[in-house]
Design a protein. Structure first.
Length: 191
């Protein structure tokens, strides 16, 4: 049993923003694998389904990014899902649009959603990092950047990566992170 978490901010004003790349990926998985309808639970929206024969709960925290861990820990505790069976899909400013990286554990890299999850459940979960690019500057420039929408070209690259995640996520669930990382690396090189 797995918990897949797509990170983002709730509300129409955040749809399509860089910070909501995780929500978009969750929506893609929801559509591709025919999950049950989302229900409001655990301070989030949660749906149930199967991917590669594995039972999966798909969670979109509705707590706003900085408190994502509150939602994740409630769902994980209720379903008794350990961090090694949790996958978090999120935006990453250290990667350019078109880049995609996967790993298990590690630091939050300044991402407040990950900081919140790390504090709630430990950092030993799987991460799928969707590149959204980095602005010049810090502080307000960063906030404005992650809450802005993609250019048309960047949006196309991000959508390609989200489709790639949906096409390959079963490898992570069945075969683990090493196999998944190798497959993602190979497919990205082939582009």
């Amino acid at each position: 049993m797995f918990l897949i978490v797509g990170l983002g901010n709730p509300g129409a004003e955040y749809v399509g923003t860089r910070h909501n790349a995780g929500f978009r990926a969750a929506d893609c998985l929801y559509e591709k694998f025919g999950f049950s309808p989302f229900k409001a639970k655990f301070d989030g929206l949660i749906a149930e389904g199967k991917i590669a024969g594995e039972k999966v709960f798909l969670l979109k925290p509705q707590t706003y990014m900085n408190l994502s861990g509150n939602s994740v820990v409630k769902a994980a505790n209720f379903y008794k899902i350990l961090p090694e069976n949790i996958v978090v899909i999120h935006d990453d400013m250290d990667l350019q649009p078109g880049q995609l990286k996967v790993k298990t554990g590690g630091g939050a890299g300044g991402h407040n959603g990950l900081k919140s999850i790390d504090a709630a459940i430990s950092p030993n979960y799987h991460r799928i990092r969707i590149g959204v690019g980095h602005p010049d500057g810090k502080g307000e420039a960063v906030v404005g950047h992650v809450l802005s929408r993609f250019s048309k070209a960047d949006a196309e690259q991000v959508e390609q990566n989200i489709a790639l995640i949906a096409d390959t996520i079963g490898i992570l669930l069945k075969d683990g992170m090493a196999a998944y990382s190798n497959k993602i690396g190979m497919l990205l090189k082939a582009r």
